[in-house]
Design a protein around this ligand. Structure first.
Ligand code: ADP
Ligand code: MG
Length: 319
């Protein structure tokens, strides 16, 4: 099969070629979409490389899911409603079984999220998956990193550290007790927090998704907003699996492990309890600290109000 037949067989037939604001889908030199009036278009891209972002032997279904999920998570972090997606596939060989499994997972998950594949590219190269995602939000209402203000409360959704726990186990299987199936799923199949992201549009002063670890990602908010922060280690929602580890290791994984794809956001001082409860009813949220005027500095408060120091701050490709 050549690349045109691959596109035709695995990707094109499942997605609409025109519908509503999709004028022209897969098949021409470019796709055409119209953006509703009073909306802004949000565009983001993420690449997953075999051996770097997922182990080489990962099932194609899981690769497709995760590639979509990490991109959807960026939309969630901006409060965007995801609409369209493009897919660039680098494949080492033309493996029909791999393509069938990858595409059926990709098509199923994108359908569930009402996300339409509008184009892409296929090349022969070591396995990697690049996705560009396009979402919309009401003009001026997208969530950003640069709006956190002094006195704001810092929140996270869900629990932290389970994905890092599972990943550590995958790369060095004898160091930890084996992860349960549920813990593995937290790494392989993170759930993008789209609904709460959209709800946060009119409430949060800043937002980011936790991909590299809480410390690293919260630091991006501090830098963009030119503020500091203090978080209480006792308020962190640690993943259940971390109870199997000693305290320092649990803190390290929850704060620097990455791959959680939860949201970290700030709410203005004086936000009503009712509103927080509303968020909580969409997905559990936890207040972990406060923004202060300590420029760019993040203090982790441990026992007896002592500052706690961790060595690693998060995953980086280039140091
Ligand atoms: P061109 O040579 O004009 O760049 P391509 O051969 O790369 O065109 O692609 C032909 C059409 O198929 C384009 O509309 C492109 O967006 C689409 N396409 C290519 N690869 C993929 C893919 N992996 N998934 C979805 N659509 C794809
Ligand atoms: Mg092309």
């Amino acid at each position: 099969m050549n690349e045109f037949e691959i596109i035709e067989q695995y990707f094109k037939q499942v997605h609409p070629q025109s519908q509503g604001d999709l004028v022209l889908g897969i098949g021409d030199d470019a796709a055409i979409v119209t953006v509703p009036e009073d909306s802004e278009l949000l565009i983001s891209m993420d690449t997953l490389v075999a051996g770097t972002h997922f182990p080489l032997e990962t099932a194609p279904e899981d690769i497709a899911y995760k590639a979509l999920a990490v991109n959807l998570s960026d939309m969630a972090a901006m409060g965007a409603f995801p609409r369209w997606v493009s897919l660039s596939l680098a494949l080492p060989e033309n493996d029909a079984d791999w393509l069938k499994r990858f595409s059926s997972s990709f098509n199923q998950f994108s359908n569930e999220e009402s996300l339409v594949l509008i184009g892409g590219d296929i090349t022969r190269a070591p396995l990697s998956v690049t996705i560009q995602i396009h979402g919309i939000a009401p003009k001026g209402k997208s969530l950003r990193r640069d709006g956190a203000g002094i006195g704001d409360s810092i929140y996270v959704t869900g629990k932290l550290g389970a994905a890092a726990y599972a990943y550590q186990n995958i790369i060095s299987s004898n160091s930890f007790p084996s992860p349960t199936e549920e813990e593995l799923q937290r790494f392989l199949r993170p759930e993008p927090r789209i609904e709460i992201g959209i709800k946060l549009r009119s409430i949060a002063t800043s937002c980011i998704d936790i991909s590299d670890g809480l410390v690293s990602d919260l630091n991006h908010i501090l830098k963009a907003s030119e503020v500091g922060a203090e978080i209480q280690l006792s308020s962190i929602p640690y993943a259940d699996s971390l109870q199997k580890l000693d305290k320092d290791k649990a803190i390290e994984l929850a704060l620097t492990g990455g791959d959680d794809y939860e949201l970290c956001f700030t709410l203005p001082d004086g936000v009503s309890e009712e509103l927080v409860n509303e968020l909580h009813s969409i997905y559990p949220v936890h207040c972990i600290g406060k923004i202060n005027k300590n420029n760019f500095k993040l203090d982790l408060m441990g026992d007896n109000d002592q500052i706690y120091t961790i060595q690693k701050t998060g995953y980086r490709h280039f140091n």
